[in-house]
Design a protein around this ligand. Structure first.
Ligand code: C2E
Ligand code: MG
Ligand code: MG
Ligand code: MG
Length: 280
């Protein structure tokens, strides 16, 4: 027991460290409970073929609805999940749930949409990642070509054996997209050697493409590179018709953003599909 004379010093000295570690432990605990009690769920944001405004797939985006704290955005918990390693079980759940849902939609007769799932660096570094991916595909019976993994450019630059992991993923028939493209520092020759399918133009270039000549030039260059090495291109963060128009003019085929739809819960997503199949 601490004597009363030293107690205050002791407490002051430890306050910040203790505070941080308690906060961290609380959050970690909340996280484990959340996983068990299914407080996480996925929303799906349509990915569009911009010319005919038809849906071609959807990105799964994780949501945390905490009973006391309410909605916690992924920007607030993904990095914590990465630091604590809890992204491994969470990421596995996301992968499984996204594939399960995509398969269920296919069985319901909703066209053969491609589901895109964000994968974090810690997951890719997990030596069991490939096995887990195989198991999820087996268990959900989703045809691999209807699954796409979104990996950020910085992740691809950071991991050791990027190329061999990507090769294994693609040998399974799963597609790979480079998320937030243009924000990292990959050289073009590096991109050329990566076994990938799609470049996803970062929202920061889309935001002012209709008013800023530099952003437009960058987008044009990315599309040019993609075309010349046989990659698909999609733009993210499209909020305005003007942005969509400019992207189309520059030859970008696919797009995603609030202009087409926000990320939607399962039911709303099904309504969105019904509506868009009536109008096309
Ligand atoms: P991201 O993968 O680049 O996802 C795009 C983000 O932009 C999403 O935010 C999406 O809701 C938002 N967004 C889509 N269209 C628009 C638009 O037109 N305007 C604006 N302002 N925003 C738009 P969200 O859902 O908050 O996710 C943020 C980031 O968190 C994601 O960026 C991704 O890096 C990460 N994340 C989300 N879900 C997952 C997941 O299931 N697994 C992993 N590992 N990371 C995830
Ligand atoms: Mg993404
Ligand atoms: Mg992105
Ligand atoms: Mg982004």
């Amino acid at each position: 027991r601490v004597k009363s004379g030293t107690k205050n010093d002791f407490m002051v000295f430890n306050k910040t460290i203790e505070h941080q570690s308690i906060e961290r432990r609380l959050l970690e605990n909340a996280f484990r409970i959340a996983l068990k009690e299914e407080q996480f769920y996925l929303e799906y944001q349509p990915k569009m073929d911009m010319k005919n405004e038809r849906i071609m797939g959807m990105e799964a985006l994780v949501r945390w609805n905490h009973p006391d704290l309410g909605m916690i955005p992924p920007g607030k918990f993904i990095s914590l999940a990465e630091e604590t390693g809890l992204i491994i079980p969470l990421g596995e759940w996301i992968l499984f749930e996204g594939c399960r849902q995509a398969k269920q939609w296919q069985e319901k007769g909703l066209e053969n949409l491609i589901v895109s799932i964000n994968v974090s660096i810690r997951q890719l570094e997990d030596p069991h990642f490939i096995d887990k991916l195989k198991r999820v595909l087996e268990e959900t019976k989703l045809t691999p070509k209807y699954l796409e993994l979104e990996l950020t450019e910085s992740v691809l630059a950071d991991i050791q054996n990027t190329i061999s992991i990507l090769q294994e993923i693609r040998e399974m028939g799963v597609q790979v997209s480079v998320d937030d493209f243009g924000t990292g520092y990959s050289s073009l020759s590096y991109i050329k050697h990566l076994p990938i399918d799609t470049l996803k133009i970062d929202a920061s270039f889309v935001r002012d493409i209709h008013v800023n000549e530099e952003s437009r030039a960058i987008v044009r260059a990315i599309i040019h590179i993609a075309n010349s090495i046989g990659l698909k291109v999609i733009a993210e963060g499209i909020e305005l018709q003007d942005q969509a128009k400019e992207l189309c003019t520059e030859g970008c085929k696919f797009g995603q953003g609030y202009y087409y739809s926000r990320p939607l819960k399962v039911e709303a997503f099904e309504k969105f599909i019904q509506k868009s199949s009536i109008t096309t």
